[in-house]
Design a protein around this ligand. Structure first.
Ligand SMILES: Cc1cc2nc3c(=O)[nH]c(=O)nc-3n(C[C@H](O)[C@H](O)[C@H](O)COP(=O)(O)OP(=O)(O)OC[C@H]3O[C@@H](n4cnc5c(N)ncnc54)[C@H](O)[C@@H]3O)c2cc1C
Length: 323
């Protein structure tokens, strides 16, 4: 009996606590909405041949980041730093948790070869259409002629210069034929009663899949900084660009900070800093790289095409070409 009283008392205490008005430094709590983002909800933005990105919902905005940060820093900071300054300070100093307070849910239709790169980002939630349950549509990606190019000689993972037109056209028509043939086999298998989960094995990675994808702003910044980068494959970059464009309607100030400190930022290793010091002392980039232990030539005298020195020169080029 005494035990039951104790639990009963505890329940009553909890109820009272829930009914109390939640104290909040900035006034009453209301659901935030951003007009520009609200008008994006449900709008289908085409990407590639059959793909799209749709903003399904979002939670929070720039104010939510500020609100979360002020729980840590207290009301007093308002007079010292305005909201924009605070958001920029947070991102600059990698105080990232307030950025987790903003969430986005997207519906995305994308080719399987892009999806395979996309799912490597583990810090999001996703639900994908099941090809065990549903029949996939006959929709496959065929790159534009200008996107079918030589294998790059400097980047083992990338594309290089333009191919002869006949090679491009042969590849594109072969891709069409193989994709269509595969779908005929898929249809026949389904007609013959082969289970959908087995029949789908014949469909190539150019075929499309679809998913809901939910991610917070901190993790979206990480995704975007990797997938907007010129080293990422063109197709996923197109999706990243669309996500970026839509998400910045929700929290434009945070994205401005992202542009300045993450996307447009540049990290310098200790060796690179030594090379910068040599440059400031008036040495040539070649000597600066050599002194810093990042030589630009091999022992046989040939110019290096990869490595730290080459990457450092690319960083200098990026600085030189700043608008
Ligand atoms: C240009 C490019 C080329 C690539 N090439 C290849 C390739 O050839 N082969 C290949 O396999 N992959 C490749 N990838 C994928 C890459 O290795 C990453 O898997 C992908 O970019 C996701 O990065 P992430 O793990 O940082 O992101 P997320 O999974 O979103 O994780 C975000 C952060 O959370 C932390 N985290 C998450 N899970 C763990 C964990 N289990 N343990 C520790 N920390 C964790 C890490 O700090 C991580 O940076 C490539 C990616 C890019 C952008």
């Amino acid at each position: 009996m005494a035990r039951a009283d104790r639990w009963g008392g505890l329940r009553l205490y909890r109820l009272r606590a829930l009914r109390r008005v939640v104290p909040h430094a900035e006034g009453p709590i209301t659901r935030v909405s951003v007009a520009a983002a609200d008008s994006e909800i449900g709008v289908k933005h085409s990407v590639l041949l059959h793909g799209f990105v749709v903003l399904v919902d979002y939670m929070g905005n720039d104010d939510a980041i500020v609100q979360a940060a002020r729980v840590s820093y207290g009301k007093g900071t308002k007079s010292v730093r305005d909201d924009r300054g605070l958001i920029r300070y947070l991102l600059r100093h990698r105080h990232t948790t307030p950025f987790e307070m903003v969430e986005f849910k997207f519906l995305v239709r994308l080719p399987i070869f892009v999806a395979r790169q996309w799912v490597r980002h583990r810090t999001a939630s996703l639900n994908e259409v099941s090809a065990r349950y549903s029949v996939l549509e006959e929709e496959y990606e065929v790159p534009l002629p200008e996107e079918v190019r030589y294998q790059s000689t400097v980047n083992r993972q990338g594309r290089g210069g333009p191919l002869p037109a006949d090679v491009v056209e042969r590849f594109r028509s072969d891709l069409e034929r193989v994709s269509q043939d595969a779908y005929r086999v898929y249809e026949q298998a389904l007609k013959d009663g082969v289970a959908r989960e087995t029949a789908r094995l014949v469909l190539p990675v150019a075929y499309y899949t679809q998913w809901y994808w939910k991610i917070n702003l901190h993790n979206l910044f990480h995704f975007l900084s990797l997938r907007l980068d010129p080293h990422a494959q063109e197709e996923i970059r197109l999706y990243a660009a669309e996500l970026d464009r839509i998400a910045r309607t929700v929290c434009p100030i945070a994205f401005e900070a992202f542009d300045d400190y993450q996307l447009g930022g540049l990290s310098l290793s200790r060796r690179e800093q030594r090379a910068v010091r040599s440059l400031l002392e008036g040495k040539s980039p070649t000597d600066a790289c050599r002194d810093a232990g990042m030589p630009l030539t091999r022992e046989d005298g040939k110019a290096m095409t990869t490595g730290e020195g080459v990457e450092f020169l690319a960083k200098l080029e990026r600085i030189r070409s700043l608008p």
